[in-house]
Design a protein around this ligand. Structure first.
Ligand code: MN
Length: 248
């Protein structure tokens, strides 16, 4: 009996060290009727990368954020509503700005916990905007009317981005220029302290940044992957490797 128990202990410890799955939380939105809302392209991308996706409902307390972040290996902040401009000292610029105060509060609690716990963060669209604001940056609230840009950034348009040498995107794609999708009407204006801008559209709009544990993209790589552009799998795998500690 003792020998069987001993063997079992050995087997259990071996399988634990070899098989520990990487668990990545994903922030969600709410429907008007109160359901948890998240496009499945996010969970699909994390699962394709070999990690386990855990959808996080909107939360309301610091204790909830601490409990969640202490169990996760990393967190993906998903797209959606605009971040309250009051957080970067501005009033609402025009009628295109739309917010959900419940989601804002939830995301800010999760973002602060992620930074406090030093967990890898991937911000997509709103997610990257949120992190920039939480870290002390500001936003263009409505790109077309505030910048007069000739590049179409909304409605699923495609446009090129120029990628900085030394960035994660440059490393993964081996190119200084990529075609991405575009579903946003806001973008980073003043990058937060410590943020390194790693990609811009032709009009100068910031399309990606990195800041220590935070990676941010203004476009939607999870949609590109879902639509068959397998090259973007490397991006999610790199993030999963970051979460597992395999990638520094
Ligand atoms: Mn864009």
């Amino acid at each position: 009996m003792k020998r069987i128990l001993f063997l079992f202990t050995i087997l259990a410890s071996v399988s634990c060290t070899a098989q520990k799955p990487v668990v990545i939380g994903i922030s969600s939105a709410r429907t008007s009727s109160g359901s948890v809302k998240l496009q499945s392209t996010y969970t699909e991308a994390i699962h394709k990368a070999g990690a386990v996706a855990l959808v996080i409902p909107t939360i309301s307390t610091r204790e909830q954020a601490d409990a969640i972040l202490s169990t996760l290996d990393g967190i993906l902040f998903s797209g959606g509503e605009d971040v309250n401009p009051a957080w970067y000292g501005e009033s609402v610029y025009n009628e295109t700005v739309y917010m959900d105060p419940v989601r804002d509060r939830s995301d800010s609690l999760l973002a602060r916990a992620a930074l406090a716990y030093g967990k890898p963060v991937l911000g997509i669209c709103r997610g990257g905007q949120l992190m920039n604001v939480i870290m002390g940056g500001s936003m263009y609230q409505d790109l077309p009317s505030q910048t007069g840009t000739a590049v179409t950034h909304g409605g699923g348009a495609s446009h090129r981005i120029g990628v900085e040498k030394g960035s994660v995107l440059a490393e993964l794609f081996g190119s200084d220029s990529l075609t991405v999708n575009s579903f946003h009407h806001q973008a980073v204006k003043d990058p937060a302290p410590g943020v390194i801008v790693t990609a811009r559209a032709a009009d100068g709009v910031i399309e990606a940044y990195e800041n220590g544990m935070v990676w941010s993209v203004q476009f939607h790589p999870e949609k590109l992957l879902h639509n068959g552009d397998e090259a973007w799998l490397a991006f999610f795998k790199a993030f999963a490797d970051r979460c597992s500690g395999k990638r520094k």
